[in-house]
Write a protein that binds this ligand. Sequence first.
Ligand code: CA
Length: 238
Amino acid sequence: MNRVLIVEDEDHLAAGLKLNLEAEGYAADVEDTGEAALERLVDGGGFDVVLLDVMLPGLDGFEVVRRLREARQFVPVMLLTARSHTDDVLRGFEAGADDYLPKPFDLSILLARIRGLLRRRRWLRGNEAGQPAEADECSFAGRHVDFRNQVLRRDRAEQPLTLMEATLLRYLVQHAGETVSRRTLLEQVWGVRQDTDTRTVDNFVARLRRYIEAEPAQPRHLLTVRGVGYRFVVEPED
Ligand code: CA
């Protein structure tokens, strides 16, 4: 049974979500502050997905997810935001969130998005039928990426990757040599079909470059294709 932590300060909303998730076969717990959520999650807590309200008293949702990632906790986090402002979405992804849903939302949409997060995680771990086994790991330029465990190794250092960072890198690696548009990446990696700001993609690419490029400002593997999107190159020619 998948476990969901609901972090929401509005009691009726939290209770309604819990009831509905349980009716769908999830185990659901509620915390009503960011501080309490961090305490539950900082040593993992055994949750599969966190639904995290942005507007909380005390620590807000952005800060909660930022601290979780800082503490190297990479449980998939979906932000619930009252405003669908692109700046909020961007800020959420920057903080380390995996997905977001503007409030108010339909239950069916929430459930679909939760399934999407769980599916992405399974896909990453290579359990989905038809996924080539060789894509579970890859090496280039002295880096070794283990997608199953969401970790990038370089020399003796380990860099954990969030679900979205690992999913994006895996998609780029699987399409190595091809130019992929920002729009395609948003659809295929984030599952976002709305008119989301494509800067989200640029932001994640900048983060991946810090992990994989010797000189992030002069990338040799994760190339910008001006006006279109990006191309991943395993072995640069020169
Ligand atoms: Ca709230």
